[in-house]
Design a protein around this ligand. Sequence first.
Ligand code: NAP
Length: 292
Amino acid sequence: MKIGFIGLGKMGAAICANLLRAGHEVCVWNRTPEKTHLLLKAGVSLAASPRELARRSETVFSMLADDAALDAVLDGEEGLLAGLNAGALHISMSTIAVATAERVAALHAARGQRYLSAPVFGRPDAAAAAKLFVVTAGAAADVQAATPLFEVIGQRTFHVGDKPAHANLVKLCGNFAILSAIETMAEAMTVAEKGGVPRAALLQVLTGTLFDTPVYRNYGAILVEERYRPAGFGAPLGLKDMRLLGQEADTRRVPMPLLSLLRDHLLQTLAQEGEDIDWSGIGRTIAGNAGL
Ligand code: NAP
């Protein structure tokens, strides 16, 4: 299939490489052209603009930092909207606002273009290993057409409905649940450590009994080893996701006191540690607040 891929950051580069490896004809565009070099050597072709990329593709993936980045790529004379052929499919994997997904779906529909939201769970190492979990929503026929592509990049796909934005809502709720688990583990490890129990010993009991889940195993190890740099999922992106879920909670009149706490811990971490820390770096802030 002729695939276009926009956004070669930590996640996009790994996903794009897997699509290429599966034998697809892949054309790429990234704001910073230097990041395309490795993939060009591997066999992708380069487009001069999102518009040119779209013209050459049956299906276009985008994996961009945030809502503003997606808008920047979609809009304007050289944008994706201007270039995508009628009937072609845009699969948006970025973690973006529910309202943005609704707006983008409508923009594509008005041009006879197809659109799926397909945000993912899994960090860059999972993306490289094609072990992502894909959460998609949109027309069933489009999901069916995209499923072979999702199978190339992930271990399981969930279809959560025919409204694309529902996938984005699920993704934001999922990230809230992940950060809540990190907060819980970090608080428990801090009190254990101050009481004389090593973090690793606590984690071994948690994951060996009632918390034998990837989020406890993977983030627990990061907290034990204090492996906060280089960031796999940057704290600024985590803050973005808590803000986006907060907007949805405001709109729906849903008090989320835990969300407010998590947002503040991310802010405190960013203020004290800088922008390059992983979102699990809230562990350092929580320990620091306890004098460790
Ligand atoms: P990243 O490494 O920071 O990459 C961000 C990408 O967005 C880069 O290609 C960047 O281009 C592009 N971009 C940013 N602003 C732009 C703009 N104004 N115009 C055009 N392009 C722009 O981020 P990532 O970790 O790959 O995450 C990408 C998305 O996946 C985010 O929505 C994130 O929330 C989500 N996600 C991340 C993870 C994770 O563990 N990292 C897991 C699941 C989902 P440049 O190269 O020019 O900067």
